[in-house]
Design a protein around this ligand. Structure first.
Ligand SMILES: [Zn+2]
Length: 75
């Protein structure tokens, strides 16, 4: 039997809870960790972010898109 481990999932610990980072929509470098190369917001399963922070994160990413810090989509 072989168990395939998914590379994205390490620990189910929310980065924002454990490191007490504030989600800043102006911090595009930080936000980029939470979007795919296609510009989509990564799911909670992929990042391990808790539901509260995932919601804040999604809002921050949407705001960042409007002010052109993040792309809406990439090809
Ligand atoms: Zn959290």
């Amino acid at each position: 039997m072989s168990i395939i481990k998914k590379p994205f999932i390490k620990k189910r610990i929310c980065r924002f809870c454990s490191e007490k980072i504030d989600i800043d929509y102006k911090d595009a470098r930080m936000l980029r960790h939470f979007v795919t190369e296609r510009g989509k917001i990564k799911s909670r399963r992929m990042t391990g972010t808790c539901s509260t922070h995932q919601r804040h994160l999604a809002e921050a990413i949407k705001t960042a898109r409007v002010i052109a810090l993040l792309p809406f989509s990439m090809q």
